[in-house]
Design a protein around this ligand. Structure first.
Ligand SMILES: [Zn+2]
Length: 298
């Protein structure tokens, strides 16, 4: 649509006058622009998987070496700060570092839900699906859930280091929660959420705690169209680190055990180009809706 020239000149002049009147100050009533979640997720995956520069002049190859994980962290910490989060780190060893941020009631009696994903990858794999997608999902959830008005439960968003080396990061984080005597309602971790060749948007729940299947099913069945859920006994991801210390936990993934998972796992082909961002968006919506209910005390 093109405006008539006379009108745009008048509007333009009005705009210049308005700018002059307001000066550089932002009007107090102006809200920050809504976050484009899809663009945020593409940025996270493209930068972590080395498709584009993570900072000027640098593309990382994998999040395996100390240096590349350090670059990934610097980017993620900055991205989370831009969302308004109070970002902390847990340095659990000379090389290992988890990133986390808490939102919600400061009341120590309030229960907490843990929402996490690992950000490292194996050697020689860009780790786009495994697990820049989970990192992008938790980042999008942080963007949305940190804006909930007066939630009943606290939420801790966390990005684990060294999942690919025996879940060192999530084990350290689970131990920290246990040592602090934190009142944890449940733990939800995401690993590999970018492949959906059959287009059914199905999600697997790994070893869901009692009550998890019910709330995920309630939300999934209300999506348009409904999202199929499958349960598996898969233990090979971060949720296991919490379950072994007695926390209620569940893992979320693509159809890892139902013949619709990336063929590029732990290979050089696990690139950003292979990620299905519509599927990631679909699962992000499911997760955010479930986690909203949990944050509200369900
Ligand atoms: Zn993984």
């Amino acid at each position: 649509m093109i405006a008539a020239p006379g009108r745009s000149v008048i509007l333009g002049a009005f705009f210049v006058l308005l700018m002059a009147a307001c000066g550089p100050r932002r009007p107090a009533a102006l809200q920050p622009p809504a976050i484009d979640i899809g663009a945020l997720q593409r940025d996270v995956v493209a930068k972590l998987a080395g498709q584009i520069e993570i900072r000027p002049g640098l593309k990382i190859a994998a999040r395996f070496t100390v240096d590349d994980r350090k670059e990934a962290r610097a980017y993620l910490i900055e991205a989370w700060k831009k969302l308004g989060l109070d970002v902390r780190t847990q340095d659990y060893s000379a090389e290992g570092q988890n990133i986390f941020a808490a939102v919600g009631p400061g009341d120590p009696a309030a229960e907490t839900i843990i929402l996490g994903a690992h950000y490292d990858s194996v050697r020689n794999a860009p780790g786009a699906n495994d697990n820049a997608t989970g990192t992008a999902l938790v980042t999008a959830a942080a963007a949305r859930l940190s804006r909930l008005a007066s939630p009943a439960r606290r939420i801790i968003f966390v990005l684990f280091d060294e999942e690919e080396r025996g879940m060192r990061g999530s084990r350290a984080f689970a131990q920290k929660l246990k040592d602090e005597g934190a009142k944890i309602h449940s733990v939800h971790t995401v690993d590999q959420m970018g492949w959906d060749k059959d287009g059914d948007r199905a999600v697997e729940l790994e070893l869901p705690y009692e009550g998890a299947l019910e709330i995920y099913t309630q939300v999934a069945s209300g999506m348009k169209p409904p999202i199929p859920l499958l349960t598996t006994q898969e233990r090979g991801s971060d949720h296991s680190a919490f379950r072994r210390l007695g926390f209620k936990a569940v893992g979320l993934t693509e159809e890892y055990h139902h013949n619709d998972t990336t063929p590029y796992i732990h290979r050089p082909g696990d690139t950003a180009e292979t990620v299905n961002f519509d599927y990631l968006a679909s699962t992000t919506e499911l997760a955010v809706r479930v986690w909203t209910l949990l944050a509200q005390g369900r």
